[in-house]
Design a protein around this ligand. Sequence first.
Ligand SMILES: NC(=O)c1ccc[n+]([C@@H]2O[C@H](COP(=O)([O-])OP(=O)(O)OC[C@H]3O[C@@H](n4cnc5c(N)ncnc54)[C@H](OP(=O)(O)O)[C@@H]3O)[C@@H](O)[C@H]2O)c1
Length: 281
Amino acid sequence: MIAVIGATGNVGRPVVAGLLARGARPRILTRDPGRARCAAGAEAVLGDLGTPGCADEVLAGVDAAFVVTAGPDGAAHDRVLAEAVARHGVRHVVKVTSVATLPPVRDSYGAAHAAAEDAYRATGARCTFLRPAAFMSNTLQWAWSVTGSATVFQPFGDLPQAVVDPADVAGVAVRVLGDPALGGRAYTVTGAEALTARQRAERLADVLGRPLDFVDAPPEQARRAMTGAGLPADYVDGLLASQSDPDPARGGVPLPTVREITGRAPRTFDAWLAGHLHHFT
Ligand SMILES: NC(=O)c1ccc[n+]([C@@H]2O[C@H](COP(=O)([O-])OP(=O)(O)OC[C@H]3O[C@@H](n4cnc5c(N)ncnc54)[C@H](OP(=O)(O)O)[C@@H]3O)[C@@H](O)[C@H]2O)c1
């Protein structure tokens, strides 16, 4: 049995689909009864990782766990999950962290992911860490201003990033879960080409067939928007510090990981856009 934590998110959804397609019957965790019903064929556990006992319920009796945690509570959830991994003797953990964990860790966002990697390593389980570059799905955050004012607001707009489709991260995860010989190491996972946010906005304008203004938003403006939306200031600061990191080794350069592990090329940004155009019209 494989447990999928974060099963309804950008990466978790295609992981569940990939496992089901392989004939597995994963156990998935979600807080949302509606989403639980959508994953036909999976065994759903309804629960919140902030609730005592939730991690035990989802991990009891499983051989392997795929784990995504997210947001400001993610670090606390990883601590709880790692304790439960050790208690239940889960043999293989495939955990999504970030390129920000690559040494030397430079910000609190990377430090939280690095601490999570350490916590899972300490359980004695075989650990595989997937460290992705920025997700193509972050582009969806532009939808409101593209539809409302034909404008893209993005800080660090001229920093190249080899953005990756979360479905490709999932593809690597499903392969590694199916072949333990691939596990027990860390993979940096990127897309096929390095593009700045400004270039990605130009690609979006091209496929929409209308011009978009690009505003290289001052980090302070992005910080205000995120804290205004309820995110804690220290979490936002870590996230922005990580996003501003110009080190090409941290997701700035395309790597062959997806092709090497899955046997197929990573999805291009243009292909991702074509599949998500309806969000911007
Ligand atoms: N975005 C990027 O560019 C990027 C790049 C590299 C790494 N990452 C890392 O990738 C991860 C995010 O992955 P993602 O985009 O797939 O996540 P996501 O789409 O935000 O999904 C989050 C998942 O976590 C579950 N979840 C959230 N709070 C929960 C709680 N209290 N109890 C139980 N489940 C909970 C949600 O389930 P329900 O809502 O159904 O309960 C959902 O399945 C983060 O660790 C992030 O740092 C992101």
